[in-house]
Design a protein around this ligand. Structure first.
Ligand code: PBG
Length: 325
């Protein structure tokens, strides 16, 4: 019998060797923490399908953001739940809209924390679609103006980066142009470039009150079966001026993250979405999975696939766990 010459196990014998060999390191620097903000005072509503995640009024938001900041997490991303919805989602770009108020409050209190805003209409429209609806369909070009207005109003309120998540064609270029011509050429765009029409957004729509009132998002979000198309979407967004490209969701689309990273070598964000959070949380609360180990393994796999940064509802837990080890 011939024994193997090369024995991979030799380098796994103890933690010091494993540390030397480790290829991917998850760090607090990779994390972006999402928040849902709504009008009112003292509001802290737990989202039914996302235990540990809350809809917060601005005063409560500041308490949680303090924690994020103290843990050393570099960035947050804000989603708004407006007072009123209408056909055109006008509260999305109102000067005193919920996001505009929240951004200002957070930047006043934590000037060095990076504040990203989600630019979309679905939380603000009465029909729940991500754009202007004409004849029962989302009208691409009529939506571009509104998206640019929303982005500009977020930046005027103090946002450090805008993240369009609507999936309209040409929106990155439109937003870039609006920012540049108003003196904001230094503000980066993180584009939700390969955003799939995913069932994993279910809990988010409960949290953000943003489920479409008729039909679905299949005419603008990507078909989960497609991969080459993701590269075309990313190429377009880069051409139009995106600074970071995003793949969303994360875990069911690790292959897309890898392809995007290999093809473009651009900064890649991955959004570990509400359904991914809910799935792990539910199993953990049942005692079926070890939450800490599963979350760290999941986020490491997203980094290993090629993501530079991860939007995750577990951000604060992860930052705490990484401190412990
Ligand atoms: C807005 C938007 C959605 C998410 C982020 N931005 C929902 C959707 O497209 O329906 C989902 C995030 C998550 O599930 O955590 N368009």
């Amino acid at each position: 019998m011939r024994f193997p010459v090369y024995r991979p196990r030799r380098m796994r014998r103890n933690e010091a060797l494993r540390r030397l060999l480790r290829e991917t390191v998850l760090s607090v620097n990779d994390l972006i923490c999402p928040f849902f903000v709504m009008p009112g005072e003292g509001v802290r509503n737990e989202v039914r399908s996302m235990p540990g995640v809350f809809q917060l009024s601005v005063d409560e938001l500041l308490k949680d953001v303090r924690e994020v900041f103290d843990l050393g997490i570099p960035a947050i991303i804000l989603f708004g739940i407006p007072e009123h919805k209408d056909e055109r989602g006008s509260e999305a770009y109102a000067k005193t809209g919920i996001i505009q108020q929240a951004v200002k409050a957070v930047k006043d209190a934590f000037p060095n924390l990076l504040v990203i805003t989600d630019v979309c209409m679905c939380e603000y429209t009465s029909h729940g679609h991500c754009g202007i609806v004409k004849n029962g369909d989302v009208d691409n070009d009529a939506t571009l103006d509104v998206l640019a207005r929303i982005a500009l109003s977020h930046v005027r309120a103090g946002a450090d980066m805008v993240a369009p998540s609507d999936m309209m064609d040409g929106r990155v270029g439109f937003i870039r142009e609006a920012l540049d011509s108003n003196g904001y050429s230094h503000i980066p765009i993180m584009a939700y470039s390969a955003k799939y029409c995913s069932a994993f957004y279910g809990p988010f729509r409960e949290a953000a009150h943003s489920a479409p009132q008729f039909g679905d998002r299949r005419s603008y979000q990507m078909d989960p079966a497609n991969s080459d198309e993701a590269l075309r979407e990313v190429a377009l967004d880069i051409e139009e001026g995106a600074d970071v490209v995003m793949v969303k969701p994360a875990l069911p689309y690790l292959d897309i993250i890898r392809r995007v990273k290999d093809e473009f070598g651009y900064p890649v964000a991955a959004y570990c979405v509400s359904g991914e959070y809910a799935m792990i949380k539910a199993a953990a609360l049942n005692g079926w999975l070890d939450e800490k180990r599963v979350v760290l393994e999941t986020l490491s796999s997203i980094r290993r696939a090629g993501a530079d940064m991860i939007i995750t509802y577990f951000a604060r837990d992860v930052a705490r766990w990484l401190r412990e080890t």
